[in-house]
Every structure is written in structure tokens, then in C-alpha cells.
Design a protein. Structure first.
Length: 544
């Protein structure tokens, strides 16, 4: 991190920028007169909730606004206004002097081209490199961002890489021509805590090595405190306050900033009462993907879950944590019989491990799931009310229409949504509201167990806090049992009374939440804890 802001002059300035979108309902002013700057070698963070306008400023600066968007004001790179320059002039800067990393690399990388093909484009367009020279530079870049077996991974397609590896490829692409300014838009939101720490360590190291400036757009205040020199706090298209990171965190000047800083998950979950009945008992659960060897076929088997035992009691919240690929989501799906598995699974004393789709139907009302991405799990063609009512049509088809509508309204009220919204479609809701709809869809069947698979990972901290409080209230009022799957250890600590830590398909450690977080017994768990709660220390160690 730079020690002095503006050292060596300002590289990038935004002056009274305004961004407006034309919509069927009229004009929407997303950014309303914002000014900010970035000095040479400086890391500046722009924070705020979804819809605050932080990303739209950068999209306008890079000439990437949607077709219905319009930007006014000035955006200066080294003193030159680039807001209204020609596309040709802008292209000489984009990908060379100013580069950008987007939140979801899978949507930014072309699935039809190899990593080598995609990394070679900025090198050959901006650097006029030969194919051979570009190949050598790509190998250097992939090694720089710590992609294992870089020479082999050059030939891979995006879907063959993990989320952390895809994000590293995006960083390599952004750094291909040694830019002076890197704009990183939520580059670590969907990554595990250890991979988040690795990506931030990598950016800090590369910044020190090539002296670039970084403009970091995020809603994760833990990252901001550890990584940024200065901060701009945005709310509803305006800058609420700005200043050095240490000062802003120590003495925030506005109620909005204080609200953001106070939005960390808090509180603890008491264990179920002594003697609470066991709802689910699972023994030696195993899940294997792929096929064994055969004629002209190699062995592709992967044991994703390896012999796990689970006992789940009424009113309990079992937290399952681990990195991507650890098997935590696969275990949740196996327990609900959503994928084939081996081993014994009993629900309310009944063996369900051998049941197929029809055999499981009578049990589905009591076993529900809420997925990580509510937008992906909600049909865009159905209204909110129709989505929530789906389960009733399947499991209680004899219900009178008026009763069904009343049940939908009740479920929406339970999750804090106005029943008058039931005729809106998913795209008309915010991310937090869509997650509430997904919870209402599970809740309407009055289940005993809900498996929550990363339900808060893509939400702002303030919205996360609301969803956590909602889940707690619903659990108390309905005597619900949860399996909470997440890589966010702060959320797991606030919601769970018992935690299992998974790695490579196996449980490496488990126990009551307080004991496990206060006295982790394995190096792996300690590494997860440090990545989640001591990011500043990790970056300091790296810098040293």
C-alpha cells in the first residue's frame, strides 16, 4: 500500500460526474455529481450498498455504460478528459494504461476460447506482439498470478478452472500491458476467504512491483480496512464522506457510514435444548462423480464427499464451512437426496437413502433448500406470487385458490415483503428482496429443515445483517432447523451453534461454534480463521 496519497500526482480524476438512465418509468439518476481522484501508486476504495452508483461511475469512465445510459461531467486520465473521446482513442487506453477486473469472471471470459487465446488478445492488439512473444508473456503472467501448472493451464477453457483461478486469469489479463491504473469491481465477492486473501496479497505484491494505482470497488469493509489508503463512501448516487482509511474507520462522520461499519454479523446462536429429538441421522455419506475405467475410457472418478456422519437435532443450526471444492454444498444436496449418494440417511426415523424421485415426494415438504443465487433459482417468467405458490401446487394441490393466495401473502409478510408486490417479476426486486422471495418459497410449505447454501455471499453487509436477523426470527417462530453452508465465517459464527469444517470431501474438525472459533484444533481451520478475521495481518506479513 502507498504511504502517501497523491504521491507523484493524480493519475485519475472524476469531476462532477452524473449518470442517467432512460427507463420506461422515466429518467433514473444513478450518479448525481460525484468527484474523486486516485494518486500514483495509491489504493483508493469506493464503498456503498448495491445501487449506490459506485460501479456506474467506473462503467461511465471506461465507456461501458448500457445503451440507455448517459454520462455528463469530466473523467481525466493524466489531466486529459476521456469521457467523450472517440472509441478509437479510448481503446488506446483501455487494456493498456487503464484496465478493469469485473466481479464475475465467468461472464467476462469467453467460454469458447482457451485461456491462451483470451490473454493473447490484449498483448497482440496493444503490444503488437508476435504469437511466439505473446505466448512467452502469457506464461510469465500466469506464473506471476500463481496459476499452478501454468503451461498446461494455458490450453484450458474457463469452465475447467476454479473460481479463484478464473479471477487470477482476469488479473493476468488486466496486467498484461503493465497498466498505470487497475479498476477492480468487486473482484473477490464470491470467493472463499483464503482465496480472497491470496488475491489481495497478489494485488498488493504486483502493485509494489510495477507501481500501479488501484481503484477498488467493494461492499466488503474488511477488505477496505486492510487494503486501501483512502475511502469514498457512496449512498444513492452521492459521496457521503471520504478520507484516509484509518480516520474513516476510527471516526466516521455520517450516520450512513456508521451504519455500514456496524453492519457486521453479531450475536450467537444457543444450542438446542438438552434432549431435543434427532431429525436427521446420516452415517458414512459418500458422493462420487465421474466414471470408472473402461475400454478406451480413463478413470474419471472423484470422491467429492468421503464418509461423513451427521446428526441434526430439532432447532439446531449446523454450519458447514470450507473452501470451494471442499464438498460442503455436495453434502447438503446428498442429505436432501437431490443427488445420488452412498451411506445411510434417516429422516424422522425413516431411511430415505434408497429412495428415488417419487419415493422422496412425501418428504419434500419437510426438507427445503435455499440456493446461493436467488436470481438464477427464480424463474424470470413467473411473478413473485407464482414462484412462492409453486410448492403448494405440487404438495397441496387441493387448496382453494383464496386459501393459496392467503398462504402466499402470509409467507411474504413473514420474510418482510409487502404482499402487494406479488405480481412483480424477479428482475424488479433487489438482490436482498430476491433472497427473501427464495426463503418465502421454502417457508410456505412449513418445513422442519431448510438447507441454506451460501444465501448471503453476494449481498451487501447491511442486507446480510437483515437476512441473518430474518433467519433467526423465522427459526424462533417456526422451530426451524437449518444447515447453513457458507465460506463467510463471520456469518457462520453468528448463525450456527455447531460447525463442521470440510476439506477435500472430508470433515477435518467439528464442534460447538464457540469452542471451534475460540480454539481451532487444526492448521487448516486456523488458516481459514486468519484469512477471515486477520486480513490486515496477512497483508502485512506478505509485505514484510
Amino acid at each position: 500500500m502507498a504511504e502517501h496519497s497523491d504521491q507523484g500526482g493524480r493519475i485519475f480524476e472524476v469531476d462532477d460526474i452524473r449518470v442517467t438512465f432512460e427507463t420506461p418509468d422515466g429518467q433514473v439518476e444513478a450518479v448525481r455529481g460525484v468527484s474523486m481522484h486516485v494518486g500514483r501508486g495509491e489504493t483508493v476504495a469506493v464503498v456503498g450498498e448495491s445501487g449506490s452508483g459506485k460501479s456506474q461511475i467506473m462503467m461511465a469512465a471506461m465507456g461501458l455504460l448500457a445503451s440507455n445510459g448517459r454520462a455528463e461531467g469530466a473523467v481525466r486520465y493524466r489531466g486529459r478528459d476521456i469521457l467523450n473521446v472517440s472509441v478509437d482513442d479510448l481503446n488506446k487506453l483501455r487494456g493498456r494504461k487503464i484496465t478493469m477486473i469485473f466481479q464475475e469472471p465467468m461472464t467476462s471470459l469467453d467460454p469458447l476460447y482457451t485461456i491462451e487465446d483470451q490473454l493473447s488478445e490484449p498483448l497482440r492488439v496493444h503490444g503488437a506482439m508476435s504469437r511466439q512473444a505473446a505466448r512467452a508473456r502469457i506464461l510469465e503472467l500466469l506464473t506471476l498470478v500463481q496459476i499452478p501448472n501454468a503451461a498446461e493451464r494455458m490450453r484450458a477453457y474457463p469452465h475447467e478452472l476454479s473460481g479463484g483461478q478464473r479471477q487470477r486469469v482476469m488479473i493476468a489479463m488486466a496486467l498484461a500491458n503493465d497498466p498505470e491504473l487497475l479498476i477492480a469491481d468487486e473482484p473477490t465477492t464470491a470467493l472463499d476467504v483464503t482465496i480472497q486473501a491470496e488475491i489481495l496479497q497478489l494485488l498488493a505484491e504486483l502493485q509494489s512491483r510495477i507501481g500501479m494505482s488501484i481503484l477498488f470497488i467493494t461492499h466488503d469493509l474488511g477488505i477496505v480496512e486492510a487494503f486501501a489508503d483512502r475511502v469514498y463512501v457512496m449512498n444513492k448516487g452521492l459521496v457521503e464522506e471520504d478520507g484516509p482509511t484509518a480516520r474513516l474507520f476510527a471516526a466516521p462522520r455520517t450516520d450512513y457510514t456508521r451504519m455500514l461499519l456496524a453492519a457486521e454479523p453479531e450475536g450467537t446462536k444457543a444450542p438446542p435444548p438438552e434432549g431435543a429429538p434427532a431429525l436427521m441421522e446420516a452415517r458414512d455419506v459418500r458422493v462420487t462423480f465421474g466414471r470408472g475405467p473402461g475400454l478406451f475410457r480413463r478413470d474419471t472418478r472423484l470422491e467429492a464427499v468421503r464418509g461423513i456422519d451427521v446428526t441434526l437435532r430439532q432447532g439446531q443450526t449446523l454450519g458447514i464451512v470450507g473452501e470451494s471444492g471442499s464438498g460442503k454444498s455436495t453434502l447438503g444436496r446428498a442429505l436432501l437426496r437431490m443427488i445420488p449418494s452412498e451411506g445411510q440417511v434417516a429422516w424422522l426415523g425413516d431411511r430415505i437413502d434408497g429412495l428415488g424421485t417419487e419415493g422422496m415426494r412425501p418428504y419434500r415438504k419437510g426438507l427445503q433448500m435455499v440456493f446461493q443465487d436467488p436470481y438464477g433459482s427464480l424463474s424470470p417468467r413467473l411473478t413473485c406470487g407464482e414462484i412462492v405458490a409453486e410448492g403448494l401446487l405440487v404438495h397441496e394441490p387441493g387448496l382453494d385458490g383464496k386459501v393459496r393466495t392467503a398462504r402466499v401473502s402470509e409467507a411474504l409478510r413473514d420474510v418482510g415483503l409487502d404482499p402487494a408486490m406479488r405480481n412483480r417479476f424477479p428482475h424488479e426486486f433487489s438482490g436482498g428482496q430476491r433472497q427473501r422471495i427464495a426463503i418465502a418459497r421454502a417457508l410456505i410449505l412449513r418445513p422442519k429443515l431448510i438447507v441454506l447454501d451460501e444465501p448471503t455471499s453476494a449481498l451487501d453487509r447491511s442486507v446480510q445483517k437483515q437476512v441473518i436477523e430474518l433467519l433467526r426470527r423465522l427459526q424462533r417462530e417456526n422451530d426451524l432447523t437449518y444447515i447453513f453452508i457458507s465460506h463467510d465465517l463471520a456469518v457462520v459464527r453468528a448463525l450456527s451453534d455447531y460447525v463442521m469444517v470440510m476439506k477435500d470431501g472430508a470433515v477435518v474438525e467439528e464442534g460447538p461454534t464457540g469452542e471451534l472459533f475460540d480454539r481451532p484444533a487444526t492448521d487448516y481451520t486456523r488458516a481459514l480463521m486468519r484469512a477471515a478475521f486477520d486480513l490486515r495481518g496477512l497483508l502485512a506479513d506478505k509485505a514484510a
